[in-house]
Design a protein around this ligand. Sequence first.
Ligand SMILES: Cc1ncc(C[n+]2csc(CCOP(=O)(O)OP(=O)(O)O)c2C)c(N)n1
Ligand SMILES: [Mg+2]
Length: 372
Amino acid sequence: MPRTSRNAAKKHPRKGKSAESAHPKRPAESLPASALSKSQLLDLYRYLKLNRMIEERLSALYRQGKVQGGLYSSKGQEAISVGSAYALATQDVLAPMIRNLGAMLVRGVNPVEFFLQYMQKEGSPCKGRDTSLHFGGIDRGFVPPISHLGTLIPVLSGVALAGRMQGKNLVALTYIGDGATSTGDFHEGLSLASVRRLPLVVLIENNRWAYSTPVSAQSLLLDLADKARAYGIPQGVVDGNDVLAVHEATSRAADLARRGQGPVLLEAKTMRMRGHSEHDDAWYVPEEERRFWEKRDPILLYEKHLLGTGVAIKDELSRIESACAAQIDADLAIAEAAPFPRPESCVEDIYAPEQDASEGLAEEAPRAARRS
Ligand SMILES: Cc1ncc(C[n+]2csc(CCOP(=O)(O)OP(=O)(O)O)c2C)c(N)n1
Ligand SMILES: [Mg+2]
């Protein structure tokens, strides 16, 4: 892939170039950024704002003791989640990691679900048993993450292989941190995906830190995307703070993968603007580095682009922000009022329902008999 994706930032659509509503919101193929309509460009803005504002509320709830467990902020990285997920087609499958709340929003998760989930309420997707992990559903187009870094790459290779065998024309996409590119699973997964030419896109979120370990203590490579060379697969590097560049690069990567030239390894350069988790004040990040990246805030950059190119005026952006705030207020009120799970429910859902299990066994029996 396209080292050209380095230049994707220069390919922003100009005012008037995009035909409004020319494309359905979720096309069967990936959509290049240059083909985005005004309403789609504003849609991206809305997702970026929602991502940031939901996480800000979650952080406040954490401090009030209303959010249990780990809370991992994607502040500064929202353009990666939003731009990449928005580039996918309806049938594609995505696996978020802990900093990809924005990608889940694009896939259709409502703010109320995040509040219910993180406050561990009864009606939450994990029924009050988990927060950032195990939250997903293949029926909704995304695979839930588990804690072990790197594991989603072999899992998504499997999704890509299954999709191909079932003739679904799907692309599987997952994210990995700079630190997690050192795990065995990252290499094992890419190894399998490469020899099978699977339609997989792996997006490295190089946010310069893995907990308190800088990327320089993780690898001698200047671009982590160069790890692709070990597998003979296409690679690309993109500005992770530029939502349109991420969208464009993901779109191209997904096209290559869909055409059987995958997998593709993309690296998005960015910066983690908060600590690893809420308990971490990131004391180890040099002040100068933090200040440099503050000026490159992805939402500010995109606002400047939308205003500077005349795609939107300030009023339109303010209206979007107010609508996001109103939605979040309403959804948070619902979640606050929702009940906690019944204590005895903690022992439910351990085994599959009896009926399903016996159906499975009945099907298995003749096969077992044939083998003997
Ligand atoms: C296999 C594995 N090793 C270690 C950990 C503990 N751990 C959780 S997050 C993290 C840092 C991850 O850094 P990076 O991959 O750069 O992702 P980021 O947090 O920056 O998004 C570590 C070491 C884990 N969850 N899984
Ligand atoms: Mg990192």
